[in-house]
Design a protein around this ligand. Sequence first.
Ligand SMILES: Nc1ncnc2c1ncn2[C@@H]1O[C@H](COP(=O)(O)OP(=O)(O)OP(=O)(O)O)[C@@H](O)[C@H]1O
Ligand SMILES: [Mg+2]
Length: 277
Amino acid sequence: MIIGIDIGSTTTKTVSVENGVLARKIKTRAQDALTSAAGALGKLLIENDIDISSISGIAITGAGASKIKNDIFGIPTQKVDEIKAIGTGGLFLAGGGGDLGSGMDSIVIANVGTGTAIIQAGKDGIIHLGGSGVGGGTIYGLAKKLLPTADFGGIMELAKDGKLNQVDLLLEDITDTEISFLSRESTAANFGKMLDSALSPDIALGILNMVYQVIGMISLFAARSVGVDRVIVTGNGSNNPVGKQVLRAISDMYGIRFDYPPDAEYTTALGAALSYT
Ligand SMILES: Nc1ncnc2c1ncn2[C@@H]1O[C@H](COP(=O)(O)OP(=O)(O)OP(=O)(O)O)[C@@H](O)[C@H]1O
Ligand SMILES: [Mg+2]
């Protein structure tokens, strides 16, 4: 059994790979990288009643991996480059086990974590196309100062009743006609209106909308730049219902496909474990 540990800037994701498949998974959160890695491994072992001697190797990746200098609990421990881990895990999940299928030779992965990384993976290898500092962390940071809650569930609950036209300047606010392929309800400027009557739900929705519009558009441009029409969305940010609606609108407008494979939050940890040699 190989263990993959992804020590992200916000959460640590740990998986076990047994016989080439993702067998077990857990998410944890700790203040420092070492506590995160040791705690996550301990939790996975204890909760699943796994004997430590059945682990043949540990692969660590993510922003916190550089803090781990030695083998963990005497088990051979390898560091895996995070981009390689995302690409490897993304390819595996996109093709249901490593095969891209349907005649495609490459995919683009948008890993939505604290920030956003965009990676191409396929026959030309794994290439870091770029990314954006706009990601899940942006939602938390803005929520902390602008909303009564910075808790993920609380932000999502607020956004349910939000009205975008209270905060965003929409095309219909500035023109009587459609512009190019954009509908009149399209955002012309995120937070470009911000009425005095805007309430917390409107601001919550405005934040989520802005973050996922940025993620969607940079993913689209990245995918188009390499001739790909399918983006695999991974990271904890792939699990955001409002984010998915925003990406759906981009998908409808621009003819790009956003896919959310099962276990997409564990892509990086899985890719690390699969890269263990
Ligand atoms: N329960 C949840 N469901 C969906 N998304 C969540 C949930 N809790 C937090 N998030 C979002 O996920 C983001 C963190 O994602 P993730 O854990 O993939 O990042 P990370 O790996 O720690 O960061 P990075 O890869 O950028 O170093 C948070 O900023 C938040 O927006
Ligand atoms: Mg991550």
